[in-house]
Design a protein around this ligand. Structure first.
Ligand SMILES: Cc1cc2nc3c(=O)[nH]c(=O)nc-3n(C[C@H](O)[C@H](O)[C@H](O)COP(=O)(O)O)c2cc1C
Length: 197
């Protein structure tokens, strides 16, 4: 079975650290992704277990707990807490950011491009998604497990203030050695999702 078929979101990691060389190979896989006009709009911040990381995730967690005090039945917030707990246990968290500075400063008359900024932004976001998927597949190929965490956006400002990068935060990837088997997931059939014309 190839890595596309075997990859599953991993939510339980064991305590082993990940060698720097493997982290480097995962990042290299990310930047091999295609991007519109080869803009390579992705940026990454690698965070290993340390006090700063614990503090950052804990402040984000506290924010969600405060939100839950107002809306205790919000299931999405409970799931976000679970995601933040997973982030705390993962040996490595890679924050995925978008450098949108070039697209904000280039105006069409300078570049000769007529594409609307929003369209370029959509292309950049797709490219960053491709980079993340490349990384998840490399994580699987290396015998590790990964989890794509969009829930960081529930505490966007808390993470952005601590990361202090000047870029737009899009998501995070947790990675580590798998502990136990990830749960099964299903997919809707292709007949519902695709048509031939
Ligand atoms: C953009 C994106 C954001 C996601 N964010 C989260 C998250 O914050 N927490 C989480 O537990 N899973 C997250 N997931 C994982 C999905 O829940 C998972 O991919 C889906 O349920 C299918 O399961 P599989 O990856 O095992 O095939 C995210 C996936 C994507 C693509």
């Amino acid at each position: 079975m190839g890595v596309i078929d075997s990859r599953r979101s991993t939510r339980c990691f064991d305590t082993r650290d990940i060698p720097d060389e493997l982290i480097q190979r995962i990042l290299e896989a990310g930047i091999r992704a295609p991007s519109g006009k080869n803009r390579q709009p992705w940026r990454f911040i690698v965070s290993q277990r340390n006090d700063k990381r614990d503090y950052m995730i804990e402040s984000a967690r506290n924010k969600i707990i405060r939100m839950l005090e107002d809306s205790p039945s919000r299931n999405d917030l409970h799931m976000t807490l679970e995601t933040f707990d997973i982030m705390k246990t993962a040996p490595v968290v890679i924050y995925v950011l978008y450098d949108n500075t070039s697209f904000r400063t280039q105006i069409p008359s300078d570049t000769g491009w007529s594409m609307a900024a929003t369209d370029r932004e959509a292309l950049d976001l797709m490219a960053i998604g491709a980079a993340v998927e490349n990384m998840l597949l490399k994580i699987e190929e290396l015998g590790l497990g990964g989890l794509w965490c969009g829930d960081v956006l529930y505490a966007y400002q808390d993470f952005v203030d601590e990361l202090n990068s000047g870029y737009v935060l899009l998501s995070a990837i947790c990675l580590g050695y798998k502990s136990g088997l990830p749960g099964k997931t299903s997919r809707r059939p292709l007949t519902e999702l695709c048509k031939y014309i």
